[in-house]
Design a protein around this ligand. Structure first.
Ligand SMILES: Nc1ncnc2c1ncn2[C@@H]1O[C@H](COP(=O)(O)OP(=O)(O)O)[C@@H](O)[C@H]1O
Ligand code: SF4
Ligand SMILES: [Mg+2]
Length: 332
């Protein structure tokens, strides 16, 4: 492992027990994933709701125990550590949870919110008033916002407060779970630009989680596309966008409004139902929704293969510019 690898996740699985007494079953919310994030790099984790993104982030954060695998932060193995041993590592990473306003305590001022990490982890002699000013200016909020309460903030401003809290202790790693959810499109761009700017200025390693691939196109170095707890495609973001090799990646990309009417005709209509984790499909787990599925896909699980610097788990990876079969096109 090279020195600048900040986060290393290797073969991680997360299991949940579900069902009542006598009907208890184990499901895998994360079913064996691996990736590294280096200093100054953004890694995007993309997939539909329920694909396991938040569970994986919680595992990295130590909020969720893992069943298998290894998680290493700045060279130190962190999975399985107790609360006490985890505390100094928590200073080195922070997680921005979904829901900008709801995750801020309504009775705390912005000033108290952005300096709360110091009250939890110790201020090391720092002047909290100075820290408030430093943090608000880093996230582009006026200093007098320190006296405001969360309900007085717009969605974008609340997200900036969340970012200030996340960077307060100069972490090495920031994980942002759906950082732009619920925001207007223009504000989404502002929040992403802010995260991107801070990543560069502070040399952060960053993980951005989103269900919308387009959100991370211009800010992520690496992108992993997750389906039912596994990575189906992982690699350099440009490659993933320019020529998606996995049908699921292509479907996710085409699920977004396409301004070009010629291309809109070729949008892939993904059937709505994501399979239940209690009944994972045989063979390739995407075969029940894949426009290109063939007999082999129903029986044999594809192993990831290397294509143009990407790992792709598909028996029949797409050629660049592949178009879906007519029967699967969304009606224009
Ligand atoms: N505590 C839990 N108990 C049982 N199942 C869970 C639990 N947490 C998450 N899951 C399941 O794990 C899967 C992944 O969930 P999640 O990580 O929240 O997905 P995402 O963030 O990609 O939307 C979902 O099927 C979800 O229902
Ligand atoms: S293996 Fe088959 S079903 Fe799975 S994504 Fe590839 S073509 Fe589709
Ligand atoms: Mg989630």
């Amino acid at each position: 492992m090279t020195a600048d690898v900040i986060l290393s996740v290797a073969d991680v699985q997360v299991a949940f027990k579900v069902g009542g007494i006598g009907r208890r079953q184990s499901i895998l919310g994360v079913a064996g994933v691996s990736f590294d994030v280096r200093r100054g790099e953004t890694f995007a984790l993309v997939g539909e709701s329920g694909s396991g993104k938040t569970t994986l982030a919680r595992a990295v954060n130590g909020l969720q125990t893992i069943a298998e695998g290894r998680i290493t932060i700045e060279g130190q193995r962190v999975d399985g550590l107790g609360k006490g041993a985890m505390k100094p590592i928590r200073k080195r990473m922070s997680m921005m949870f979904q829901d900008p306003v709801g995750s801020l305590s309504p009775r705390m001022t912005v000033g108290d919110l952005v300096t709360e990490p110091f009250r939890i982890h110790g201020a090391d002699g720092r002047n909290l008033r100075d820290e408030t000013q430093r943090l608000l200016s880093l996230v582009g909020l006026p200093v007098d916002f320190a006296n405001r309460y969360p309900h007085q903030l717009s969605g974008g401003q609340a997200r900036r407060v969340g970012v200030a809290r996340a960077i307060a202790l100069d972490p090495a790693l920031v994980i942002a779970d759906e950082p732009t959810a619920g925001l207007d499109v223009s504000v989404q761009g502002e929040v992403l630009n802010l995260l991107n700017d801070l990543r560069q200025r502070l040399g952060l390693a960053m993980v951005i989680i989103t269900h919308n691939l387009h959100i991370v196109h211009h800010v992520a170095d690496q992108t992993a596309v997750m389906y039912l707890g596994r990575f189906v495609e992982k690699g350099r973001t440009e490659a993933v966008f320019d020529a998606p090799s996995h049908p699921y990646t292509a479907a996710l990309l085409s699920a977004n409004p396409e301004p070009d009417p010629d291309k809109a005709k070729d949008r892939i209509a993904l059937p709505a139902e994501v399979p239940s984790l209690l009944a994972r499909p045989t063979g390739c787990e995407f075969h029940t929704r894949c426009p290109w599925a063939q007999d082999r896909c129903r029986t044999e699980a594809p192993k990831p293969i290397e294509i143009d610097g990407r790992a792709v788990a598909c028996h029949f990876p797409l050629d660049p510019g592949a178009r879906p079969p007519d029967s699967w096109k969304a009606s224009a």
